[in-house]
Ligand binder design. Structure first.
Ligand code: FAD
Length: 342
């Protein structure tokens, strides 16, 4: 178990709303750690529509999901937030008045004065491929994410999928693997053309294998994979001996562990007041798509507004003895100093 990280506030979810919360909190001298199950920031904007234009961000007539994420990262840079990506928050416990302990599936523990849940539509989780009997192998020899490349050194790997994740991990793991086979249901790939070309070059030089078809059965015992059978589009079966399989079938949004944290929920959303966007547990806030209140609109701009009001209330939990003076960034030298512009 790693050492406990002590901080003012933990933000669960690094989507656009979680990112903007860092800005509003930073102006009030509140230091944030952000945790997201994705290996990148930006939430839905980054994962679901990075290249789609958004037309309703105030003052910005047009920006893509990726562009907005980049702009938010630039805006929060002065506050040096700490990111813990590729980690799912599994538990949030109340340990004081208010104080919380937050734990992740990567074994990290945080202790903080307040928690902001900016978990959107829930955690992005990998889609399970339709292979009978795959469950006992999961997290033992079937993996939906690569946490440490070294774990795969010298192994016989089967990677399944035709998108960017499957191709990127094929190219990254091929030099480490004893032998790597990429399995895809057709000989066309959705991933970046450059990655497809590099993968085809490795196949042509005999440095890896490409098998067209679908994994139809797994062989092994006690969670240890021995072989995967691939059924070709002509019905022919091929047995591929392997130590690990990595299916990349995309991600789906599931509410996930949020439901088990003892917070009052309605229809998988956290009801909040509209003065501070606080849940029924004092010191535990919910902003962005995860909350509900009369008139709620699941828009990025609503989440930004919620982040600003949340920060005002959070200040009193972090600095109970201090008075908060409202200031504008245009005219306050103290805020401008925090932003590094004065
Ligand atoms: C196709 C599409 C187009 C859209 N277009 C627009 C538009 O034009 N304008 C607009 O305003 N809105 C638009 N939206 C909606 C907008 O994307 C959402 O309102 C916004 O992303 C909500 O931000 P968020 O930060 O609350 O949540 P999200 O973006 O959902 O981010 C939440 C993050 O929390 C993480 N998370 C959840 N649970 C956990 C956990 N237990 N541990 C760790 N991490 C966790 C998730 O992995 C995720 O990354 C669109 C949505 C879609 C799908």
């Amino acid at each position: 178990m790693s050492e406990t990280i002590k901080t003012d506030i933990v933000i669960i979810g690094a989507g656009p709303v979680g990112l903007f919360a860092v800005f509003e909190l930073g102006l009030l001298d509140i230091k944030a750690h952000l945790i997201d199950i994705l290996d990148k920031v930006g939430g839905q904007c980054a994962e679901l529509y990075p290249e789609k234009p958004i037309y309703d961000i105030p003052g910005i007539p047009y920006i893509t999901g990726h562009g907005l994420t980049e702009a938010l990262m630039e805006q929060i840079k002065p506050f040096k937030p700490a990111f813990h990506l590729g980690e799912m928050v599994t538990t949030v416990e109340k340990i004081g008045q208010p104080a919380f302990r937050v734990s992740t599936d990567a074994g990290k523990t945080f202790e903080c004065k307040t928690v902001v849940i900016a978990a959107g539509g829930g955690s992005f989780q990998p889609k399970r491929p339709p292979i009978q009997g795959i469950e006992p192998y999961e997290d033992k020899s079937v993996f939906y994410a690569v946490r440490k490349m070294e774990n795969f050194r010298g192994k016989r790997l089967v990677i399944v999928g035709g998108g960017d994740s499957a191709l990127d991990w094929t190219l990254n793991l091929q030099p480490l693997a004893q032998r790597l086979t990429l399995v895809h249901r057709r000989d066309e790939f959705r991933g970046a053309p450059d990655s497809v070309n590099k993968m085809r070059a490795l196949v042509a030089s005999g440095d890896m294998d490409l098998k067209i078809g679908q994994v139809s059965a797994l062989e092994g015992g006690d969670g240890a994979l021995v072989a995967a059978t691939v059924k070709g589009n002509d019905g022919a079966l091929t047995r591929i001996e392997c130590d690990a399989m990595l299916p990349f079938f995309g991600l789906t949004m599931k509410l996930g562990p949020v439901a088990n944290w003892g917070i009052k929920m309605e229809d998988e959303l956290i009801p909040v007041d509209t003065a501070a966007f606080e849940s029924n547990i004092p010191g535990l806030f919910a902003i962005g798509d995860i909350n509900s209140y009369p008139g709620k609109l699941k828009l990025i701009l609503s989440g930004f507004h919620e982040a600003a009001l949340m920060a005002q209330k959070a200040y009193h939990y972090v600095y109970p003895d201090k008075k908060l003076v409202f200031q504008y960034t245009t005219s306050s030298t103290s805020l401008q100093k925090k932003l590094g512009v004065a």
